[in-house]
Design a binder for this molecule. Structure first.
Ligand code: NAD
Length: 356
């Protein structure tokens, strides 16, 4: 695994835990963890149970005793590592956003496509979001009219973060857009299908900052519904508020990551005196993923979304079925972000053709 920072912990935890919660047909061995600082990466390796620590990713991706290369490094390293690993015949896992720009993303998807691959759009495996997908597919909210997503954080003005890679365009590609909007767009494509046209704006509040601090957009979906999206690192009071709402002809759903185990579901078919949002606690064995973890009513957390992602990947690998979200799915998110940039620059609506 390359990158032992914040996501290094989330991924290491998933690799270690997946075998406890899901029946795996084989054992996962944590072979090599890679980072820049030899001491820090050695400590990390000992703590999380990796066999070896390394500081040069190029020496790791070619090794014959490694089957999967997992990338949790800053965004500008996703493309070179993923392409080198894919060309060495490895299964590649990569963090979001897939790349720093659309050209890189296309090259990555092309290289990785010959083997199963994974992008850590982990919110797909929140049980409440997986339930929302099921309800939408069953037609419970009818024909979708409105899709509304806000992904809001507040750490953008923090003076302690000045100088980090996330604010450099060469390292990050973009700011709130790649970091937060990418998640919101992936969920929109999952729950509501392709976006055909969008109008976006990007805003940088801090002087000398190279990337967007906030991004907003209007979108039209292929299914005839319309969407609004807002992502920012300047939403004072919101630490990690990832909210989505879908309003359809027969009902509505609402999810807020701050209340991860709940899905609010409104059904127009309820009798008039009972109409209101059902506050569904998504912790029953009948709900997605829950039966693998705790007894009914015992909640799960953010870390479980990574464990469930990995478990689904392994299940797909065993069955020979395609896994999602993969590099091609993440390429569609990158295509939309590219369109947002073009729209923001030109102040015009931009048409988007999936797979183009
Ligand atoms: N899925 C999610 O919810 C989620 C959440 C946070 C971050 N991310 C993504 O994860 C990635 C990493 O973010 P982070 O917050 O963990 O960053 P971080 O800065 O905490 O960690 C980055 C790691 O990469 C390592 N690294 C940097 N250059 C390297 C090199 N040349 N060789 C080897 N290792 C190198 C660093 O040593 C560090 O361990 C980003 O792409 C980010 O968008 C995803």
């Amino acid at each position: 695994m390359i990158g032992h920072g914040f996501m290094g912990r989330a991924h290491s935890n998933a690799f270690r835990q997946v075998g406890y919660f899901f029946d795996l047909p084989y054992e996962l061995k944590l072979k090599v963890i890679c980072g820049r600082n030899a001491d820090a990466v050695q400590k990390f390796a000992s703590k999380w149970g990796w066999e070896e620590a390394q500081t040069d990713w190029q020496k790791v991706v070619m090794r014959k005793d490694i089957d999967v290369v997992n990338i949790g490094a800053p965004n500008h390293l996703h493309a070179p590592i993923a392409i080198a690993a894919a060309e060495a015949g490895k299964i590649v896992f990569c963090e979001k956003p897939l790349a720093t720009n659309l050209t890189e993303a296309k090259r990555m998807a092309g290289a990785a496509r010959k083997l199963p691959n994974l992008v850590w759009f982990n919110y797909r495996r929140v049980p409440a979001i997986a339930l929302a997908k099921r309800l939408i597919e069953e037609g419970r909210i009818g024909k979708p009219y409105h899709y509304r997503a806000t992904y809001l954080q507040s750490w953008g003005p923090d003076p302690k973060r000045i100088g980090i890679w996330r604010f450099r365009k060469s390292d990050a590609g973009s700011g709130a857009m790649g970091d937060l909007l990418s998640h919101a767009l992936d969920l929109a494509l999952l729950l509501n299908g392709p976006i055909t046209e969008l109008s976006g704006m990007l805003q940088t509040f801090m002087p000398d900052r190279e990337v967007d601090d906030a991004v907003l957009l209007l979108a039209r979906f292929a299914n005839g519904s319309v969407g609004t999206f807002e992502s920012t690192r300047f939403a004072t009071g919101c630490r990690n508020r990832n909210v989505l709402e879908v309003h359809g002809s027969e009902g509505a759903i609402r999810f807020n990551l701050e209340d991860l185990n709940r899905l609010k579901v409104f059904s127009s078919s309820d009798s008039a005196e009972m109409q209101g949002s059902h506050n569904v606690l998504v912790t029953s064995p009948e709900h997605p993923y829950v039966s693998h973890y705790w007894p009914p009513g015992h909640i799960v957390g953010w870390e479980h979304t990574f464990i469930s992602t990995l478990a689904d990947f392994i299940a797909c690998l065993e069955k020979g079925e395609p896994f999602h979200a993969n590099f091609d799915d993440a390429l569609e998110v990158q295509r939309l972000m590219d369109a947002v940039e073009k729209s923001a620059q030109s102040k015009r609506w931009i048409s988007v053709t999936p797979g183009s």
